[in-house]
Ligand binder design. Structure first.
Ligand SMILES: C[S@@+](CC[C@H](N)C(=O)[O-])C[C@H]1O[C@@H](n2cnc3c(N)ncnc32)[C@H](O)[C@@H]1O
Length: 260
């Protein structure tokens, strides 16, 4: 116990010196994770070099749960809690929920844990992400597929989906270089790069989503405040009626759309 406390203090000091804002909390997590002093030393050096804490731990906290994340994959962001909240208000037990661009599956997982009995299908183009999502979604009987947007979904879901959620990549290509280096250097470009104006994936989702939604179904896209207008235009351009939600505390923006 005493050894752990002094190790923790030393690790916190090292992390603080390297500029870690939450040095004490991170030190506690790294000490708990490490099986030996050698492993702890390695983890601390990787963290000091900029590896995201979540990649070192193998999990991220999201909406109060621990969600497995693979090294080199997208780390779920706190701001996606807004997307989760809105979806939970629109989906009910027995409904089909689709989580596109699911990454680790965190968003669909929390919705399905909150609204029990949802029939969850999640898709990611990155096989490593889809494989983590398969494990994360097992407790809620969700299915994860590898592929491009709607392409791998079972055809039988066409016209039956109550809610599609997507935290798709939405950073404009030219702004990738401005992201914090933890994202830029440790998360894949396919998870971040939303094309020239950041909403190219949103346009592709908007173009196809009506084939999949049931009457009065919803599609909810996480976006940024500055891109909300473009995301909205993509959805209205597909004949959908839109609404935007903001959460200043989370710095979150979601554009939702339903069939008129
Ligand atoms: C911003 S990350 C979000 C991951 C997850 N939704 C979350 O919030 O934690 C975007 C994800 O979209 C996936 N992706 C990018 N283009 C895709 C496409 N065309 N089809 C399916 N997934 C895609 C990436 O691999 C990445 O996992």
């Amino acid at each position: 116990m005493h050894l752990d406390l002094s190790r923790r203090a030393a690790v916190a000091e090292r992390l603080r010196a390297a500029g870690c804002v939450f040095a004490d909390a991170e030190a506690g997590l790294l000490v708990a994770e490490a099986g030996s002093a050698t492993q702890l030393g390695r983890l601390v050096e990787q963290r000091v070099a900029g590896t995201p804490l979540e990649h070192l731990l193998g999990w991220a906290e999201f909406c109060g749960r621990r969600v497995e994340v693979a090294a080199g994959s997208f780390v779920p962001r706190r701001r996606s809690g807004l997307l989760v909240r809105r979806a939970c208000e629109l989906v009910a037990a027995g409904d089909v929920l689709v989580d596109l661009c699911c990454g680790s599956g965190a968003i669909g997982l929390v919705i399905a844990e909150t609204v029990r009995g949802v029939d969850l299908h999640a898709v990611d183009i990155d096989p490593a992400a889809a494989s983590v999502a398969t494990r994360n979604l097992a407790p809620v009987d969700g299915t994860a597929y590898t592929g491009d947007l709607f392409a791998p979904l079972p055809q039988g879901l066409r016209g039956r989906v109550a809610v599609v959620v997507a935290n798709a990549p939405y950073v404009p290509t030219a702004e990738i270089g401005l992201l914090p280096h933890e994202a830029r250097d440790h998360e894949p470009a396919v998870a971040l790069d939303g094309g020239r104006d950041g909403v190219e994936v949103h346009r592709r989702i908007a173009a196809d989503v009506r084939h999949w939604l049931r009457p009065s179904g919803w599609v909810l896209l996480e976006t940024s405040r500055t891109q909300a207008e473009l995301t909205d235009a993509a959805l209205t351009g597909s004949g959908l009626t839109t609404v935007s939600w903001y959460d200043d505390e989370l710095d979150a923006t979601v554009v939702g759309a339903t069939t008129p």
